[in-house]
Design a protein. Structure first.
Ligand code: PEP
Ligand code: MG
Length: 588
């Protein structure tokens, strides 16, 4: 039995058989197969090599036609290597004698070959090292592409184990087949994690080298509350976890009762609890959990799940469906927040060079302002939807007032078009912004004069304030919403919102952390938008406290200078209010 600690993302516990998805990674773990699977691995190797040779021949011919004979020779050299019996027979032999996967045999033998080239005296040969590694990747892509296909053809439920999962992949998982997942990479608030949480299955990310320890078919436990993954559990552990699963099931049932109750503190202050969604169908969960509407609709997922760019009509239909499902409850549509870790498939943008620093690059509103037709298409759909129900529009990643003004000019231009075309829209639609960049938080008072609402995005605000990549497991211990610098910014935004009468809410994952609920109310927030499945838990805390206690807590926490002190204090307080609840997953 192996116990591996990762970062808890979505609560719940699952016990199941591991399905190991080998991504096109730089590192392929050592993995063995049974004698009965050796022939299958050999056949997979043959197929992968044949497919790679076919692809290389196509690339060679295209290069010869478009670029001349010299570049075409590079591909011919690759083809030659894949026909070289000393290399390929060796790989095949490794599968037979060492009983390793085709992936491992390929990557290990290619790595050794690359080392031999690297050690040569002749510069021309040394330069071949990169070719060898390139070829390695190509053959692995073929092998791993096949493993992706297997994921879409599952017949039995599995627990997915992968090096990393992209937001788009997470969005396309079939939750009836994938009952939980765990990854080597990723952070608590990386977008893949957010989508995974929306699937409502237990998820643990950032386990570093989990894929090295798991074999396909291994029994595995994923505990999404504590962030523990147990590979090949012993009987005692299994029994204990099976009991936990039953207990969690009954707590969930009890929490359902909170869905029908109001989110009101003991002394009568009503707190609005909205849901964050990526797809319209999640509105069902928002409503079933007693949510007051949608405070954040991450519309970029329309892009992430499709190979083609959504049309105005695609956008409109998604918004219309959401409005109809909400039956008069509000819908805040965030305009496209692409870039950073949300990379799109649509061919239009694929030719762009990858950015060196995507989180500081062309993302959020910046991407839209440089891709006006795409931005306008979405704004048109939002305006069309604005007459169907209470809709608000929100711009992401605003970092200067200039950006906000530019975005508003584009919106006004689209409104003008509507007038000219005689189309119906709500000219008084509420326009707001995400406060998720420190510059925006610091300038909240001046931004407040130009918007009707703020929504604090702590996921990004934490990463940009602390210079900690939200999706990087290696620095996950530094990523904390309890950091006093982050809390100071939150307080400042709430104060500015109050002074200028600008509705202020919070929609980062922190809003769904029960350890933070009292603090958020204590600093003055009255609207929280959170992952729908957390609404009952947060409601339960709200109904157990009064505002004075929350304000006292906020004052106390405000005097601390360490994130640890803050976190301990918040957890103690929740423990005190609800002894069976505190100490859960937390961005802290
Ligand atoms: C945030 O940054 O807190 C947020 C809600 O937006 P996203 O997670 O989509 O970046
Ligand atoms: Mg954000």
């Amino acid at each position: 039995m192996e116990v591996i600690k990762g970062i808890p993302v979505a609560p719940g516990v699952v016990v199941g058989r591991a399905f190991v998805l080998d991504e096109a990674v730089r590192y392929v773990p050592y993995r063995t197969v049974g004698q009965q699977d050796v022939a299958r691995e050999g056949a997979r190797l043959t197929q992968a090599i044949e497919a790679a040779i076919e692809e290389l021949a196509r690339d060679r011919d295209r290069a010869a036609a478009e670029l001349g004979p010299e570049p075409a020779n590079i591909f011919q050299f690759h083809i030659g290597l894949l026909h070289d019996p000393t290399l390929i027979d060796h790989i095949r032999q490794r599968i037979v004698t060492d009983k390793v996967t085709a992936e491992y045999a390929v990557s290990d033998e290619f790595r050794k070959l690359a080392q031999r080239f690297r050690a040569m005296d002749n510069e021309v040969f040394r330069q071949k090292t990169a070719d060898v590694l390139d070829l390695d990747r190509r053959v692995l892509d073929k092998l791993m592409g096949e493993s992706e296909d297997r994921l879409t053809q599952l017949t039995e439920p599995v627990v997915l184990v992968a090096h990393d999962v992209t937001p788009a992949r997470a969005a396309s998982l079939d939750r009836n087949k994938v009952t939980g997942f765990a990854t080597d990479a990723g952070g608590r608030t990386s977008h893949a994690s957010i989508v995974a949480a929306a699937l409502g299955i237990p998820v643990v990310v950032g386990c570093r080298r989990l894929t090295e320890h798991v074999e396909e078919g291994d029994q595995i436990i994923v505990d999404g509350k504590t962030g523990v993954v147990i590979v090949r559990p012993d009987e005692g552990t299994l029994k204990q976890y099976r009991q936990d699963i039953e207990r969690i099931g009954s707590i969930r049932l009890a929490l359902k009762d909170f869905a029908k109750l109001e989110a009101v503190t003991r002394n009568g202050t009503r707190i609005t609890l909205m849901g964050n969604i990526e797809f319209p169908h999640e509105i069902e969960t928002v409503l079933a959990n007693g949510g007051d509407g949608v405070g954040l609709y991450r519309t970029e997922f329309l892009y992430l799940t499709s190979d083609t760019e959504p049309t105005e009509e695609d956008h409109f239909q998604a918004y219309k469906q959401s409005i109809e499902m909400l039956k008069g409850k509000p819908l805040t549509i965030r305009t496209l927040d692409l870039g950073a870790d949300k990379q799109i498939h649509a061919a239009t943008f694929r030719s762009e060079e990858p950015e060196r620093n995507p989180f500081l690059g062309l993302c959020g509103i910046r991407f839209c302002l440089q891709n006006l037709p795409l931005f306008e298409r979405q704004l048109r759909a939002i305006l069309r939807a604005s007459v169907l129900g209470p809709v608000k529009v929100m711009f992401p990643l605003i970092s200067t007032s200039m950006e906000l003004r530019q975005a508003k000019i584009v919106l006004n231009d689209v409104m003008e078009e509507f007038r000219e075309e005689g189309l119906d829209f709500d000219p008084d639609i509420d326009v707001g912004i995400m406060i998720e960049v420190p510059s925006a938080a610091l300038m909240a008072s001046s931004l407040a004069r130009e918007v009707s609402f703020f929504s604090i995005g702590t996921n990004d605000l934490i990463q940009y304030t602390l210079a900690v990549d939200r999706s990087n497991e290696r620095v996950a211990n530094l990523y904390s919403g309890a950091n006093p610098a982050v809390l100071q910014l939150l307080r400042g935004v709430v104060r500015a919102g109050r002074r200028f009468d600008v509705e202020t809410s919070i929609c980062g994952e922190l809003a769904g952390e029960v350890d933070f609920t009292m603090l958020l109310i204590g600093i003055g927030l009255r609207i929280l938008s959170l992952v729908p499945s957390q609404i009952p838990d947060v409601k339960r805390v709200i109904r157990s406290v009064d505002i004075e206690r929350c304000e006292r807590l906020a004052r106390k926490v405000g005097s601390f200078d360490s994130e640890r002190q803050v976190l301990n204090c918040l957890r103690d307080e929740v423990q005190d209010v609800l002894p069976d609840m505190g100490g859960g997953r937390s961005a802290g």
